[in-house]
Design a protein around this ligand. Structure first.
Ligand code: NAP
Length: 251
């Protein structure tokens, strides 16, 4: 299956690295398409050529560039997957009449095939084509189907999630350094704890309470640390962040 990517930025690069096979890629002139091709193989092409030659064309430019890109590829693209934020399937269909359009929201860990990928389930989609697309994205991680109206909510967890996790890691590392740890040691301890806890949560059937209780003795140090995080407003900070991501229309 020939994969085409329009756009060669952070998300296109993560997808290409995750698939790890030759792709057709275009950019707006920066040369980033060539850098992807140099890494995974394939060809740097024009938008139109990507649309004409790809079995699956992934739109990975910025959302506001849709009209311009669609004007170049309309009529040539047959199966289009958009990873554009805040762009409903109806907008894709309007921009690309006749193309089969799918809205998918990956996150950057697709690069290491540990992505959390949101699919806006489309009752009108051709089941065979849909299965092919979802199979392609399942190579890159877990695919979660949600009604299109919840795409923004899902994105507020997974799309933005790598930035949140990186910030959480950074804050804990700084706290460890303040207590005297060397940066490298603090980084190792925090990042491995994150990765290990994620594995453990999956093993424990996602039971967050069980994982917390296993390390929380009554009146002990973990209980004191958790109480300090609650008092500092950790939960409400995440609610506020979710609202900030989805915007005032969802409040
Ligand atoms: N980054 C994430 O974590 C993430 C997660 C989920 C979804 N997304 C979505 O992915 C899309 C890309 O985001 P990004 O972070 O990868 O952005 P980015 O790093 O700014 O990359 C955008 C790419 O689009 C290319 N481009 C712009 N206009 C074009 C045109 N007319 N024809 C062909 N290519 C064009 C740019 O070309 P040049 O290189 O020449 O400038 C660049 O390679 C966005 O729609 C975003 O909503 C991103």
């Amino acid at each position: 299956m020939v994969i085409g990517l329009i756009g060669a930025g952070n998300m296109a690069r993560a997808l290409a690295r995750g698939w790890g096979r030759p792709v057709l890629v275009s950019d707006a002139g920066s040369g980033r398409a060539q850098a992807i091709v140099d890494e995974v193989g394939g060809e740097r092409v024009s938008n139109l050529e990507a649309a004409q030659r790809a079995d699956v064309l992934v739109l990975a430019h910025k959302p506001h560039q849709l009209a311009q890109v669609a004007a170049e590829i309309s009529g040539a693209a047959t199966t289009v997957v958009s990873v554009l934020g805040a762009t409903p399937t109806a907008a894709l269909r309007a921009a690309l009449p006749g193309a089969r359009c799918f809205a998918i929201m990956p996150n950057t860990p697709v690069e290491v095939q540990r992505g959390a990928i949101v699919y806006a389930a489309d009752p009108e989609a051709d089941p065979a084509v849909e299965a092919t697309i979802l199979g392609l994205f399942r190579e890159l991680g877990v695919v979660v189907s949600v009604p299109e109206g919840l795409l923004d909510a899902a994105t507020s967890l997974s799309g933005v999630g790598p930035a949140y996790q990186a910030l959480l890691a950074e804050a804990q590392i700084d706290a460890g350094i303040r207590l005297g740890l060397r940066p490298w040691d603090a980084e190792n301890l925090v990042i491995e704890t994150m990765a290990g806890t994620a594995e453990l949560l999956l093993r424990r059937n996602r039971d967050t309470l069980a994982v917390r209780r296993e390390v929380t003795s009554p009146g002990g140090s973990t209980a004191r640390g958790l109480a300090a995080l609650e008092a500092a407003g950790l939960r409400s900070a995440f609610h506020q962040a979710a609202d900030a991501v989805v915007g005032p229309s969802r409040k």
